[in-house]
Structures are given as C-alpha cells and as structure tokens.
Design a protein around this ligand. Sequence first.
Ligand code: SAM
Length: 301
Amino acid sequence: MPALYEVRPAPGEGLGCFSSAPILAGTLILTEKPLFAVREPRTNAAVIAAFSDLTSNEKDLYLTLHALDPTNANGARVIDIFNSNAWQTGSRTSILPLAARFNHSCIPNASFAWNPRLSRITVHTIVAIPANTQIKLSYELPYQTLDSRREKLSAYGFACSCSACGCDSAASDARRARMVVLNARIRVAARKQIWSAEVPKAALELVRLLKEEGLVGEALGLAYHEAAAGWKRIGRLDFAIRYAKRELDICTLCYGADSPFVDSSREFLGILREERLAKIARKVSVVDALDLAVGEIALDS
Ligand SMILES: C[S@@+](CC[C@H](N)C(=O)[O-])C[C@H]1O[C@@H](n2cnc3c(N)ncnc32)[C@H](O)[C@@H]1O
C-alpha cells in the first residue's frame, strides 16, 4: 500500500500521523497484524511473558514506542509501553507498532477496527482529509462528558485540546451529556423489552447530536442501527430500511467492505427488505381476496 501518511513530530503530542496528500473518506490507510496480543482480563505477568517471546528485533521495535514515564526501566517500561499503546482487538489487547503512532481526538477523522476475518486491524478515514493534516483516532467512547473523558485520557498523560475539549467545549459538553442520557434510555428499553416509538426517536436524536458533534464514525453507525431496530420492532419497516441502509454505509466506511461487521449489517438490511416484501405480499393477497369476494357478490346480484 503506498504511504498515504507519514509519521513525524506533532507539536506537544510526540509523534503523530500526517496525510501526505488529500485522502478521500472511507480510504483504508493502514492494515496491520499485532506484534503480540494478550487475553483480557490481562495481567502484567502475561504482558511481560508475551514481550519475552519476541525476537530481539521485535523487542527493539517495541521499546521505541511511546512510554508515559521514560524513566521506567525493565519490566516497568514494558508495562508502561503496553498501557500507553495497546488497542482492543476482539477479546484480546494488542500491540500494533504502526497504529500506535496515531494520536487521539474526541472528534476523530479516522476509525480503528479489528477485522477478525483478516486477523488484522484496519484504519479508515471517515471524512475527507486535506493534505498535511494530522490523522487522529479516538481512544475513548464518544458518549462521555468532558470531565469523564478528561479523567480517562489523563491515564495516557495528556489533556486533549480538540475543539470538543477546548473552544467548543460548552456546546459540545451539553450535546454529549444528552447523548449519555439517550444512550442509557435505549439500553434500558432493550433490557426491559419496552418497544415504543420513543426508542427509535431517541436513536434519531442521537444521530442528530452525533452529526452536530462531527462524530461520523462507528457511533453514528450504531445509532442508525438502533433507529432501524427500533422502527422494525414497532412494525415501521419502511423507516427501518431507510436507517439500516445508512448503517451499512457507515459500517463500510469505518470497517471496509471485507469486514464481517459489514456482512452483519448487510444481512440485517436483507432481512428487513424480505419482511417488508412479505408484508406487502400479505396485504396484496388480502386485497385480491376482497376483490374476488366483491366480484362474486356482483355476479350473484
Ligand atoms: C499511542 S501513543 C500515540 C503516539 C505518540 N504521540 C508517539 O509519539 O508515539 C499515545 C500518546 O501520545 C500522546 N498523545 C496522544 N494524543 C494526544 C493529544 N491529543 N494531545 C497530546 N498528546 C497526545 C500522549 O502522550 C499519549 O500517551
């Protein structure tokens, strides 16, 4: 794959990844196999054991990665590097030396994903990125207020200065606080099996807030899914299909067409379409039966 970005110093952020030329939304910019992975819940002993199994070149590569406290040595350094750079990959947590160079933004312009079919991670751009722009991923879930994001990110030893944390923080925080409420409402309804129009409406409000916030990745795809599933449960298959199509578009953008997550959302859309056709066919046969009955009455009279 030609290098679509380069790694170079990002002022105040250590190294970062910068686009070499304009990049279209939905472009695969990195795919990588883990250098090593440990099962969750992990222990420090498991990390040290996995590191010990690396070749000496691999160990050298690992030790070049960012450490929160550069004075740490030996085992403490291995653990520090792991905690500062590892990504969740399915049921495991992995070290990916190339992906480890992406810095964080609460409004990311790229999306990290694990593709179990390829046993590789992927990074796709989720918006069009101009040349010479830093490409950032989100280390945190979006449905969190500024305070809780700050607390989580402090574990990485930095304070985020993206617009959601800086100049636009008041408006952004109000939106994210509302997202927390809406997300909880959707989860509670799913747990208690409460099916009403309130659920897809909450999901659509979530969609609106995510877009206003510039969050056009995975979270938006999930919100579309909740909207589609909500409309399906109350029998509005027309609306369900509309949002399932959008879910599929976002999944393809974030995960790539070869991801099994894309297969799942395509399958969901297929089921909705079949259900709708079956419903229309049932209606048509009722109408046909009525026509026939009316015709027979007319003949009798
Ligand atoms: C996975 S590494 C990212 C690459 C790292 N900058 C490097 O030089 O290798 C995570 C570390 O990068 C830095 N970092 C990431 N995002 C940042 C941000 N938005 N602002 C400041 N520092 C950031 C923090 O030091 C964090 O612990």
